[in-house]
Structure formats: C-alpha cells, structure tokens
Ligand binder design. Sequence first.
Ligand SMILES: Nc1ncnc2c1ncn2[C@@H]1O[C@H](COP(=O)(O)OP(=O)(O)OP(=O)(O)O)[C@@H](O)[C@H]1O
Ligand SMILES: [Mg+2]
Length: 263
Amino acid sequence: MKPNLAPISKACPMIRGPILEINSLRKVFHIDGSSLTVLDGIDFSVDKGEMICILGRSGCGKSTLLKMLAGFLSPSSGEILLNGKPVADPGPDRCVVFQEDTLFPWLTVKENIAFGLKGRARNKKTFDEEVERFLSLVGLSEFRNYLPREISGGMKQRVALARVLILKPEVLLMDEPFASLDAQTRDEMQNFLLSLWENLSHTIIFVTHDVTEAVTLADRILVMNKDPGRIREEIRVDLPRPRKREKSDFLFFSRKLYEGLRE
Ligand SMILES: Nc1ncnc2c1ncn2[C@@H]1O[C@H](COP(=O)(O)OP(=O)(O)OP(=O)(O)O)[C@@H](O)[C@H]1O
Ligand SMILES: [Mg+2]
C-alpha cells in the first residue's frame, strides 16, 4: 500500500512569516484545594509552513500546551494568537491528531474521512471529489469500505490524518500520533507525514518524547523541561531532507538533544 504522493524532495515548504504567537503562557491546575503550575513562561512563535517539534519527557506539559493551542483548555494567563487574533475556542483552523485511535468504530474508512466535511462542501459532487482525493492521498482508496477494526494501526492513523486534513486547517496539531506503532510503521508514517507536509504546506506542531522522531521531522525543536514546564532550548535543525539517521550530523543533533533532556 503506497500513498499517492510524489517522493520527498530536499526543499521544505514555503515559509511566509508567523502564523502563531504564544506569549507568556501559563497553566495552573487546581486539584483538591491545591494548585499545580504545569506550564510557565511559554513564549514562541511559529512561521507559516513550519514543522515544529515539541520535545520533552513525560509529564512536562506537552499535551497541556497542545490542548491550549487547540482551544480545548484555556490558559491561566498569557495569550495565543493565530494570525494576530486570540484563540479562545476550538476551531476548524486548528485540528488535532492524537496518539490513541479516535476513529468512529461504526463508520467505514470513507465515512470517517467524510465525517467532518458534511455540510461544508458546496454540493454533493464537490463533497464526493474531496473525499476521493483525500482517500487517495493517504493511499486508502482500496480500503474505503473497511471498518476501523479491520485495518492496521498505521492505516488508522492515516485515516485520522485524512479526516482532519480534509478540513484544511491552518495549523495541524499532532500529539505523539505514531507512539503506539511498531518501529518500522512509525518510520513509514514519519516519511508519509513529510510527503504530505511537502505537498500540502501545512503548519505542523508535532509533540513527541522521541529524539530521533524530532530530528527526523523538525525544522525547529522546542525542548521542554519539567516542574513547571518551560521551553529550555530552541534548536534549528538545518539538515537537508530526507535525513539519514546514521549520518554524523543527525547523530550530532540527537546527542545534543539527549543531553538536554537528561539535565
Ligand atoms: N486536567 C488536568 N487536571 C489536573 N492536572 C492535569 C490535567 N491535565 C494534565 N495534568 C497534569 O499536568 C502535568 C502535565 O501533563 P501532560 O499530559 O500535559 O504531560 P505530557 O508532557 O503530555 O506527558 P506525556 O509525555 O506522558 O504524554 C501532569 O502532572 C498531569 O498530571
Ligand atoms: Mg502527552
């Protein structure tokens, strides 16, 4: 099964200035009369078309940060600006792909992909064409009538991707989307995501705790530390794509990140 995409070229998508600005973001949870500051002093901006990885150990607040960017959680203080406007609620301009399988189990692959588009397409013909285009884009045309339980984990994540990409979000938020896949499928999905990114030029914020995944994917890596979660370092990965893991420059970045996470 091959996605219907051109091979990855060395160039990255066009970068045209900031789309997201995050200023002095802070999140405090209140539980049973005590408060827990999970994120504090988070500042960064994301350029249009950029692939950002947020890297950090378990519990440092990566998912909390992503949920705030998605509008599922509100900040305790600070602001999130999308194209200069404050983010207050969830919206179709920011879509999320999670680690766990979030497909509707009673709908087929095609129906899952089509779900969010209902009521948005101009007419039935446009609707059908769009669904077919995205089925083909993720290489699942032949599996259109399968149910989620009848396809593999990697295929499910392709459906999850198609289901949000069809909505043409401005920013794609991904929370460890390949973490539950085996190593080989994970590699394939990383290459697949890079191909999609190159073709569709989305802005992507990808959360991971996996150093190799971050160096494989990112233009820029934001390394977080914990208690409270802060961005301790920003690393620009200026390696040409496709990136080879055995190469010395790849290993240089990996080592640097491992050291940063250990401190
Ligand atoms: N709704 C909530 N209420 C209270 N505490 C929360 C809530 N959500 C997250 N936390 C706490 O915030 C901290 C950060 O959690 P978060 O899920 O953001 O971490 P993470 O970096 O995504 O971890 P992982 O890599 O394991 O997914 C944890 O201590 C967690 O217990
Ligand atoms: Mg998480």
